[in-house]
Design a protein around this ligand. Structure first.
Ligand SMILES: Cc1ncc(COP(=O)(O)O)c(C=O)c1O
Length: 427
C-alpha cells in the first residue's frame, strides 16, 4: 500500500536506505542502553546550517527496554475483549465503519476540523459525509452536531490532541476517534469507552513502528483483514525510531551523531528547512480500497509485543508533567480549550499558534526541536468556504513534543528553543 504504508515509516524521519537504517539501528541500540551523565546540547554547524546536537521529535522514539518488562494487564483499551489491532489508524477507522454496518450510501456526520485520513476512509467506503461545524477555537458546535446527527446514520467524533471531545448526541450511533487519546480519561472514564466503536493509533503515542486499534463492545463481531504489516517498511521504521531514541540520549557524542544522520536522511526535515513541509508531507488522499484493507491488517509482531507491556498510567503522568511545563509558560500561545489540562487528560502534544509557522518550524529544527504542522489541509471533499473557522488553526498550529521519553532536561531544551525563536522573529 504505497503512500499509506510509507507514511508510517517517514513520520518520524525514517532513513531511506536499508544499509543506513541498519547502521543507525546499531548506534541507536548502543545509545538507548547508555546511562552516561546529562550533557547539555551545544549548537554545531552542519551542512552550512545551524543544527543542534539533539533532535527532539513529537512522537516518542523506540523504547525497546519495554520488551524486558513483565507482561501486566495493560490499561484500557489494550486488554479489551473487543479490541482488534491494525497496521495503521486508518485501518482501524475502516474496520469501525464496517463494524457499524456503514456501507455505500450510508450517511456519516464528521467534524469540519479533521486529520483527513479518517475522512478518506469514510469516502473510500462509499459513505456520504455530512460535516458539522467546528469553531475557530476548535470547539464542536453542539447545536450543529445535533442537527447533522438527526439526518445521518452515525456520528464520528474526534478527540483532538488527546483532549476529550463533546458528549455523544443522544440517539445516535457513535464512532469515537481517539487516535490522539490513548490512555486519556474524561471524568475518570477512558476516552472512547462506551462508544459503538472507538479508534486508536498507538503508533503515535508509544514509539512502535506501526499500530492502530479499534474497540467494539464485547460480543460485536469485527470483520478483520487477513495478513500482517509488510516487513521491510517496518524494519526501516524501527531503525528510524531507534535513531530517534539515540538523538535524545544523554551522551552527547552519540546523540549528535544520530541527530546529524537523521538531518541528512529525513525528507520531511529537508522540506521543513526549505519551508515546503505541507506540500511534502500532506496529501494522502486518492488512496484505494486495497490501501485501506492493507492498513487494516494485523500490525508487526514487535508492535503487538510492545502493546502488551506498556504502563498507561506512567505514560499519562509523564506526558501531563511535560505538557504542564509548556502550558505554564506558553498558555497564551495556544487555543482556549488547550490551556487547561483536566485531570486524566493524556495529551499527545502541545498545540502552539505560530504567526509564521514555516519559519518557526525551521528555526526550531535548527535548535534541535522537530515540531509538526497540525492538520494543515482538510480532506478535499470539505467545502472550506462553508466552514471557514478552523482555517487559522490549519495555518498556524504546530505541535510541540511532550511525550513520555522526555525528561525535564529535554523539556528545558524545548522551552528554551521556543522562547528563543519567539523572541527573534527573523532567526
Ligand atoms: C484523528 C486521526 N484519526 C485517524 C488517523 C489515521 O492514523 P494513521 O495515520 O495511523 O492511519 C489519524 C492520523 O494522523 C488521525 O489524526
Amino acid at each position: 500500500m504505497g503512500s499509506a504504508s510509507s507514511s508510517s515509516c517517514t513520520a518520524s524521519g525514517a532513513p531511506n536506505s536499508s544499509s543506513t537504517a541498519a547502521r543507525i539501528l546499531i548506534v541507536g541500540l548502543l545509545v538507548s542502553r547508555s546511562s552516561a551523565p546529562i550533557v547539555r546540547p551545544r549548537r554545531a554547524l552542519h551542512c552550512g546550517r545551524v543544527s543542534a546536537d539533539v533532535l527532539i521529535g513529537v512522537y516518542p522514539p523506540a523504547e525497546l527496554s519495554v520488551l524486558h518488562a513483565r507482561r501486566t494487564t495493560p490499561a484500557w483499551p489494550l486488554a479489551e475483549a473487543g479490541l482488534t489491532l491494525t497496521h495503521l489508524g486508518r485501518g482501524a477507522v475502516w474496520l469501525a465503519l464496517r463494524a457499524l454496518g456503514l456501507r455505500g450510501g450510508s450517511r456519516l456526520a464528521m467534524p469540519a476540523y479533521h486529520c483527513g485520513s479518517e475522512v478518506e476512509a469514510a469516502h473510500l467506503a462509499g459513505l456520504e459525509v455530512e460535516f458539522y461545524r467546528v469553531d475557530d477555537q476548535l470547539r464542536v458546535d453542539e447545536d450543529d452536531l445535533a442537527r447533522v446527527a438527526a439526518v445521518t446514520d452515525a456520528v464520528y467524533l474526534i478527540s483532538c490532541f488527546g483532549f476529550p471531545t463533546v458528549a455523544r448526541p443522544s440517539g445516535s450511533r457513535v464512532i469515537e476517534d481517539a487516535a490522539h487519546g490513548l490512555f486519556s480519561l474524561h471524568a475518570g472514564t477512558p476516552v472512547g469507552a462506551g462508544a459503538e466503536a472507538a479508534v486508536f493509533c498507538p503508533r503515535k503515542s508509544l514509539g512502535t513502528p506501526d499500530g492502530g486499534a479499534v474497540v467494539v463492545p464485547a460480543g460485536r463481531q469485527i470483520d478483520v483483514s487477513e495478513g500482517r504489516a509488510p516487513v521491510r517498511p517496518m524494519a526501516r521504521s524501527v531503525a528510524s525510531l531507534v535513531a530517534a531514541r539515540a538523538a535524545i540520549a544523554r551522551r552527547r557524542q552519540l546523540r549528535a551523531r544520530a541527530a546529524r544522520a537523521i538531518a541528512r536522511m529525513s525528507r520531511g526535515d529537508a522540506a521543513a528547512r526549505e519551508g515546503t513541509l505541507t506540500e511534502t508531507v500532506i496529501g494522502e488522499w486518492n488512496l484505494e480500497v486495497g490501501d485501506m484493507e492493507a492498513a487494516a491488517r494485523a500490525p508487526s509482531r514487535l508492535t503487538a509485543a510492545v502493546l502488551g507491556r506498556v504502563d498507561g498510567a506512567a505514560i499519562r503522568a509523564r506526558r501531563r508533567r511535560n505538557y504542564l511545563r509548556l502550558r505554564d509558560e506558553l498558555a497564551e500561545l495556544t487555543l482556549e480549550p488547550f490551556r487547561d489540562l483536566a485531570e486524566g487528560t493524556c495529551p499527545l502534544y502541545f498545540p502552539l499558534l505560530a504567526g509564521d509557522r514555516s519559519r518557526a518550524i525551521a528555526a526550531l529544527l535548527a535548535r534541535g526541536v522537530r515540531p509538526l504542522e497540525i492538520w494543515p489541509v482538510p480532506h478535499p471533499i470539505l467545502d472550506r468556504r462553508r466552514f471557514p473557522e478552523p482555517e487559522r488553526a490549519r495555518l498556524s498550529l504546530l505541535a510541540l513534543p511532550v511525550h513520555q521519553a522526555l525528561e525535564d532536561w529535554h523539556m528545558d531544551i524545548v522551552l528554551a528553543a521556543v522562547k528563543d525563536v519567539l523572541a527573534k522573529p527573523s532567526a
